[in-house]
Write a new protein. Structure first.
Length: 634
């Protein structure tokens, strides 16, 4: 039986919640022959619309028909249309899909019973601590969890005869800066409520620290509560009164439901799990003995964590500096491979960086106003790939494969796939493996922030180099005929002369051309037709000598330099040129099409010290031809 593949979709800002949830899924999936593919975005409402679009593109990377099932952590993907699109794609692919957090009609739903925990929290504040004036600090107005918690607070307030109107509700959009501004506004106006009931623990901690700057302390001056029971909230001072949804258990339940779906067992359409109220210091309750002991270890643990973060930061910043020096995609590939081959403790022994096949075009075309192509290309270029500590020499893979070098006999893993992008413009993606701790500590987030910022700046460097090369190339192009100009010709002569001097060139040929009758065409038909006559003459030369560089070195003069196979074929090429020109000269064509060109060819076979001698011989032969052609027409 083929190994199962389960796709997971989430954002990563609520890192503690996500890490606990993933560990719960892992608890159930660990003994199965199954790989998890977590498509992880750090999209947020605080980003620009273009950056958010770039982050959310990663959800479009997988072809869901290649997967056996999908779990959407929908309460963390709460952006308009995102969950609907994912569920619709799963349904179209014919795979079972579970929505965790936000109910969806076309998915199996695993949701939290907000009422059980929030009712107990609100009742506790009112009856045990005498709270009368409550302000609810929500996430977003349309978030289902936030709305359920708000209704619990509203219902309990009314039950106890408290005033609770729309003025008692503010929204943070899940942004810390907005939460801090809310706290500042209340402090400056001096109209503090008895309690802030916050949408999550992190917002509660932001509110507490912001108010402390104004000399307002919790719980002495105000009660502040959170939700989610994050590990940090228990160690924080004051420890945050919260509600525990048991995110690890939610992960286990989602995994069990998926196993039942994969085995075609009956499954409930909606599974609701209770939440548990946790009283702590921020509402005026005592800290539990277990939490107090944990807090005593914070200083030691913080020192260890800081040392790890310092090492990680140094590694990531060093990688960033190397990337900023790169001026091409190939140089970027080489630089990353050399550096990460030596040191990859942050990335791990199974780590991959891939660029979408369109990235070369994107990186050298810095027109951010252009419309972004939808979806990912069929191919991905492998910039760096390490598996089990061994660097893999893989240049590209099919996009559906996602993981370079993956085989059915590999150990089971959780692959975490994150986008590399410049605003809405996709560049590629990164794959971490089994990085539960990296998600929890936001080490993965730091890495991706640096990778994306480095890519944006590298993109500018690569683009500027491409522009400079284009300008340099254009400076060597003749504007009328689009062949190389005299400046390019002289540079080529210098190069040939150097190779002659260093005895690195044994043979080559030079063909000089002089277009006849240009003055007559200009005088009789005008300079526009004269230009057309020159372009037709150039076209004939380029057609015959299509494998050699052609130069326009004067008004009516052209040069071809023959090396390699064209040099060996020089006699037959010249014969073809003369035959084709004679056909044209004697055909019933318009005057500007009946081109006549004098020619002269000379070769270098090691006898000359200077290239000028070869040019001179070709010039003399060309003028002999010109005299003969003039005599024929007289």
């Amino acid at each position: 039986m083929a190994r199962k593949k389960i796709a997971l979709f989430s954002t990563g800002w609520a890192s503690n919640i996500l890490a606990q949830f993933l560990r719960g899924i892992h608890d159930e999936f660990e003994s199965l022959d199954l790989d998890m593919y977590l498509f992880l975005s750090y999209a947020s409402y605080g980003q620009s619309e273009s950056d958010r679009a770039g982050e959310l593109q990663i959800f479009h990377l997988p072809d869901l028909a290649d997967y056996d099932g999908a779990i959407i952590i929908s309460n963390l993907c709460d952006f308009p249309g995102v969950v609907d699109d994912l569920v619709s794609r799963c349904n179209a692919a014919g795979i079972p899909v579970i929505s965790h957090g936000i109910p969806h009609d076309n998915a199996v739903n695993v949701i939290m019973d907000n009422d059980s925990g929030m009712n107990n929290l609100t009742e506790h504040l009112i009856t045990e601590h005498g709270v009368r004036n409550i302000v609810f600090v929500g996430g977003t107005a349309d978030n289902s969890d936030s709305k359920e918690r708000l209704e619990c607070v509203r219902r309990l307030a009314h039950k106890h005869g408290l005033s609770f109107t729309d003025e008692n509700v503010v929204y943070s959009n899940w942004e810390f800066a907005i939460a801090s501004h809310i706290a500042q506004d209340f402090a400056q106006k001096g109209n503090l409520p008895d309690a802030f009931i916050c949408a999550n623990d992190e917002i509660a901690m932001v509110m507490i620290t912001t108010l402390e700057d104004y000399g307002i302390h919790s719980p002495e001056d105000i009660v502040i509560t959170g939700f989610d029971n994050l590990p940090d909230s228990a160690l924080f001072y004051p420890s945050v009164t919260s509600v525990d949804p048991d995110n690890r258990q939610h992960g286990r339940i989602c995994a069990r439901a998926m196993i039942d779906l994969l085995n075609a067992k009956p499954t409930e359409d909606s599974i609701k799990l209770p939440s548990r109220f946790i009283p702590r210091e921020s509402c005026g309750c005592a800290l539990s003995t277990g939490s107090a002991l944990q807090r005593l270890r914070v200083a030691t643990d913080a020192f260890k964590l800081q040392r790890k973060k310092d090492r990680s930061n140094w590694h990531i910043f060093y990688l960033e500096r190397l990337m900023l020096k790169c001026e091409s995609v190939d140089e970027l590939r080489t630089t990353l491979s050399e550096s990460l081959s030596q040191e990859h403790f942050v990335e791990g022994d199974n780590f991959h960086i891939l660029f979408d096949a369109s990235a070369n075009k994107t990186l050298t075309s810095y027109d951010l106003s252009s419309e972004e192509e939808s979806g990912y290309s069929d191919q991905q270029d492998v910039i760096f790939s390490i598996r089990n500590g061994e660097v893999q020499n893989i240049r590209s893979i099919n996009t559906t494969q996602i993981i370079p070098g993956i085989r059915p006999d590999n150990p089971c893993h959780m692959y975490v796939i994150l986008p590399i992008h410049d605003g809405p413009h996709k560049i590629g993606f990164v794959v971490f493996t089994d990085c539960y701790d990296g998600i929890d500590t936001k080490e993965v987030l730091l890495f991706m922030e640096k990778i994306n910022s480095s890519m944006v700046n590298s993109k500018k460097s690569i683009y500027l180099k491409a522009v400079n090369e284009y300008v340099r190339e254009m400076s060597n192009i003749d504007s009328l005929t689009s062949v190389k100009n005299r400046s390019a010709y002289e540079a080529r002569l210098d190069d040939i002369q150097t190779r002659i001097t260093e005895s690195k060139l044994s043979e080559f040929g030079i063909v000089l051309f002089d277009v006849n009758n240009l003055k007559r065409i200009n005088d009789e038909l005008g300079h526009y037709m004269g230009d057309e006559y020159l372009k037709n003459a150039c076209h004939l030369i380029c057609t015959i000598y299509k494998n050699s560089p052609v130069y326009r070195i004067g008004g009516d003069e052209f040069v071809v330099i023959l090396e390699g196979r064209p040099y060996e074929q020089r006699a037959s090429l010249m014969e073809s040129f003369v035959q084709e020109m004679n056909i044209i000269r004697h055909s019933d064509l318009r005057p500007e099409e009946k081109v006549s060109i004098a020619y002269g060819m000379a070769v270098y076979e090691g006898a000359d010290d200077k290239i000028d001698a070869v040019v001179k011989r070709a010039d003399e032969l060309m003028y002999e031809t010109k005299k003969k052609m003039k005599a024929e027409n007289s």
